[in-house]
Design a protein around this ligand. Structure first.
Ligand SMILES: Cc1ncc(COP(=O)(O)O)c(C=O)c1O
Ligand SMILES: N[C@@H](CCCC[NH3+])C(=O)O
Length: 419
């Protein structure tokens, strides 16, 4: 069953919006990432609706899919952007983002990156350590500017997600210990070139159960009350990202109304607060398909069948890195018998697989397969390992589509190398 909206079969042909996937691939070849604009906008709409009239700024977390055409879809629809590097700042501006809607997170902001973000006049830095705060103040002083900041506070809440993608626990490198935070806020208040405007958190990614947000937000609301009682003027509460999507058949979509309620309710006595969200996966994952072609079928004498494709961990590393599940479906349904197979790529690593022991309709050499829910953390985590080029990217809108990243050539693989 396909859970993603805007992706369905029509007369045995896989469709994205009103376009046959096979028709796009005839032009682009494989491997290719396809994204449905309708799906991107639909996810955004659902999120906005859940928050009703709440004062809210949605900052698209562009790390999940940084193509400027994708970021632009959100920017055009009123969103800001959550960035984590100078490169993302550059991309966000190229995508048309209003700098006053850009928030900058990340534990390792360099002097150069901070300088650039100050010059761009972004909304705020989400500061992740005391040293970073000092660095921001010093750079702002050298430019004779006052720079808005939030502190990223670690509420010590277990997001109950994959251990590699939980971020709000005491042992994680992210954010500032809640016990140390108050003192750092006090220091920030003494600094001439920073202006404290908010508090930030991000407890983890791929949360399907929203309950941990409830736990975290109660802690944060109490924290904000304490800060305000000390005349520390918190106006923005940035919740970060984290809302998940159902990759597996048995998983349910997160309850967005409950999510919004858990975030806003603890702040009912503070109606002037503006909430900032940094969603990534929720907005983009389901809009994306990675289309690949079967190169070989290989059986071994241990009853193992490998479906060898022209894509793999170098284009979608999630299965190798987090044992993540992505459904893999045929681009043209043939209704053949089912087989148990490993879907593997060309990379010289045993971890190069997109599926293991997967029940799939039988496929043959030359068939096209679609890896679903691949829009988030797909192309952005791809690499040139083994000197394979990256996939093409295509944005589909209704009955039309445009190529938003061309196929890389062998020359592209050498770009930057000095010959
Ligand atoms: C600070 C911050 N904001 C936003 C996100 C986006 O998270 P997600 O894709 O889970 O919404 C992340 C990634 O986990 C993050 O680290
Ligand atoms: N890259 C991860 C999520 C990490 C979250 C980034 N802070 C994934 O593919 O699920």
């Amino acid at each position: 069953m396909i859970k993603a909206p805007y992706i369905y079969y029509k007369e045995k042909q896989l469709m994205m919006e009103e376009v046959r996937v096979e028709d796009i691939i005839k032009e682009t070849g494989t491997p290719t990432y396809l994204y449905s604009k309708g799906s991107l906008l639909n996810q955004l709409k659902q999120l906005k609706e859940a928050f009703g009239n709440t004062k809210l700024l949605i900052c698209y977390s562009m790390k999940v899919c940084h193509n400027i055409n994708i970021a632009n879809v959100f920017v055009e629809n009123g969103c800001g952007v959550d960035i984590v590097s100078g490169g993302e700042l550059y991309r966000a501006i190229k995508a048309g983002a209003d700098p006053k809607k850009i928030v900058y997170s990340g534990v390792a902001k360099t002097e150069k990156e901070i300088r650039e973000a100050i010059e761009a006049d972004i909304l705020m830095f989400n500061v992740e350590s005391e040293q970073e705060l000092t660095r921001i103040n010093n750079i702002a002083a050298s430019k004779n500017k006052k720079v808005s900041i939030s502190l990223r506070i670690n509420p010590g809440v277990d997001a109950k997600t994959h251990p590699y993608i939980t971020t709000g626990m005491k042992e994680n490198k992210f954010g500032i210990d809640s016990e140390m935070g108050v003192n750092i806020y006090k220091k920030a208040m003494q600094m001439e070139h920073v202006e404290v405007i908010g508090i930030d958190l991000h407890i983890g990614s791929q949360l399907l159960d929203v309950a941990p947000y409830g736990e975290a937000m109660k802690i944060v609301a109490d924290y904000v009350r304490q800060l305000r009682s000390m005349n520390i003027p918190i106006q923005y509460v940035d919740i970060g990202g984290g809302i998940g999507i159902p990759y597996k058949e048995e998983q349910a979509s997160p309850d967005l109304n409950e999510y919004a309620r858990l975030i806003t309710e603890p702040f009912q006595d503070m109606p002037d607060i503006t909430f900032v969200l940094e969603p990534g996966r929720f907005l983009v994952a389901q809009a994306g398909l990675l289309i690949t072609e079967v190169q070989y079928i290989k059986d071994n004498s241990y009853d193992k069948r490998f479906v060898i494709i022209d894509s793999g961990m170098h284009h979608l590393i999630r299965p190798s890195l987090y044992q993540s599940y992505h459904n893999i479906i045929p681009v043209i349904q043939k209704e053949k018998s089912m087989n148990t197979v490993d879907v593997v790529g060309p990379i010289c690593e045993s971890t190069d697989f997109l599926a293991k022991d997967r029940q799939m309709e039988e496929v043959t050499q030359g068939d096209l397969l679609a890896v679903t829910d691949a829009g988030a953390y797909g192309i952005v985590m791809s690499s040139h390992y083994n000197s394979h080029s990256r996939p093409v990217e295509v944005l589909v809108e209704e009955n039309d589509y445009k190529i938003i990243r061309r196929r890389e050539t062998y020359e592209d693989l050498l770009s930057g190398e000095i010959i």
